[in-house]
Structures are given as C-alpha cells and as structure tokens.
Design a protein around this ligand. Structure first.
Ligand SMILES: O=C(O)[C@H](O)[C@@H](O)[C@H](O)[C@H](O)COP(=O)(O)O
Length: 240
C-alpha cells in the first residue's frame, strides 16, 4: 500500500507476531504527503471492494496536519465512515477532545454525512462512553484503515504501559491514564487488530526511546497491535 518513492527500510516480526514495516521520510511534508496518499488510495480500494471506507483516526498532534490536507481533497466523501481510536473524558467541545481536533482540522470542511462520523461520547464518562461506543461498533465490519500515534512512553490509542489489557468489549474505559486526563475511552486492542491496514505516525526525537524499545522487542503498548496485515510505521525524525 506504500505509494511514494520512499522505500521500506526495515521489516521485523516481533515475538508476539507483530509484523512491522518501517518507512523513513525526510521531512514533515514528505510524511504528511505519503500518509495522505495512502489514506486516499486505501479509501478508493475499499469503496471499490465494499462500497464504503471505514477509517479510525488517531488523536494527538502528529496527524493534525494530515487531516488539514484531507480537508482540501475532493474524495468520494459520501462513502467514508469515520471512527476514533480513543478520546478523553472532557466536554464534547473541549479543545483537547480528539473528535474536536478532527472536526476542526478536516471533518467540518468536507461532505461526509453527519451520521457517518462516529465520535466517542467520552463526555458521558469512561464507563458510559465506552458502553455507548461498543454499541456503535457492534456489527461494524473489519476496519479498512487504523491510524495510530505513538506516545513518548510507548502508548498508542489509550493503551498505556503497566495497565491491564482489557479486551472485554470493542470499546473499553481507561482509568488512571498517565497522560491527562486520567479518564478516557479507547477502542480495545483486539478490535483495533480487526482491520485491513494500520499506519503508525511517529515523528520527533521525543519518540526515540519508545522506538528503540519497539525495535528491541521490549513490550510497549504499540507492540500490542498485531493485525494479520502487519503494521506500517511511517517515521520522521527518529533513528533506526
Ligand atoms: O489521544 C491521545 O493521546 C492519542 O490518541 C495518543 O495515542 C496519541 O496518538 C499519542 O499520544 C501521540 O500523540 P502526539 O501525536 O501528540 O505525540
């Protein structure tokens, strides 16, 4: 699914069977453009095959510039269905909500039908929000593309180090998150694995320790995500 000239530079399979394909880009602009192309290409393929495209968005600051690029595209928006891999238990219009960031940067500017944009109702609290999102996900087919970020401590989505993996439902509450706010809702690891493609976006020297751990097979949360399709890691500004 790689669509740019940048070559895959490393391919690894970890003990838990997570197969990773590492790509290195030379600038923020390159990684943004490559991600944009991959998203649009995956969307076209999925719409041809299934009549719909199911994408799961990452929060955090890294993907925002890609969302801003998507806002300027002329895609087949009527067939896009948008989900979030996690959100923070804050009011719906709070500036730190992942859903607000995605709407402001992208979704408010394109013609995706409102009922196909599935925010996590994290404002209900982590337990009720997770229950409601699990219902939203009930019967939803395999995702086409999951975009994930990587935290400096190795977390991804709201799967944090030293926390038990809760795969009891498709969306689960998070308590005591080390990254504020403490309460969150996340799609579970097993539901994230139920996808045709994964792209991790990893930029900046602050992610170097997490990347070293990942490459050395240290079990950080990002290594939990191990779909059959493997994962593509798009990176800029980290060494490997
Ligand atoms: O809501 C969140 O906190 C995220 O979904 C989280 O998993 C994020 O992707 C990483 O923390 C990377 O964040 P940055 O891109 O801001 O470094």
């Amino acid at each position: 699914m790689q669509t740019t000239q940048t070559l895959e530079v490393k391919s690894l399979t970890l003990a838990n069977n997570q197969h990773t394909r590492w790509y290195r880009f030379n600038s923020q602009d390159e990684i943004n453009q490559a991600t944009l192309k991959s998203i649009l290409q995956t969307a076209d393929e999925a719409i041809k095959k299934y009549g719909s495209f199911l994408i799961v968005l990452a929060g955090g600051s890294t993907p925002k510039s890609v969302y801003q690029l998507l806002a300027k595209e002329n895609a087949d928006w009527a067939n896009w269905h948008v989900y979030h891999n996690d959100d923070r238990c804050l009011p719906a219009d709070h500036v730190d909500r992942n859903s607000k960031m995605a709407r402001d940067a992208w979704l408010n500017h394109v013609a995706i039908p409102a009922n196909q944009i599935h925010d996590i109702p994290a404002e209900l609290g982590n337990v009720e929000g997770a229950k409601a999102y699990a219902q939203t996900l009930a019967g939803v087919r395999t995702f086409d593309l999951v975009i994930l970020g990587l935290g400096e401590d190795g977390h991804t989505a709201s799967l944090f180090p030293n926390q038990a993996v809760d795969n009891s439902a498709d969306a689960v509450p998070v308590f005591n998150s080390p990254k504020p706010p403490a309460e969150r809702v996340t799609i579970s690891q097993s539901r994230l694995d139920n996808t045709h493609h994964v792209i991790f976006l990893v930029t900046g020297a602050g992610k170097q320790d997490a990347v070293n751990n990942w490459l050395n097979g240290v079990a950080i949360p990002a290594t939990l995500v191990a779909p059959a399709c493997g994962v593509d890691v798009y990176s800029f500004g980290v060494q490997f």
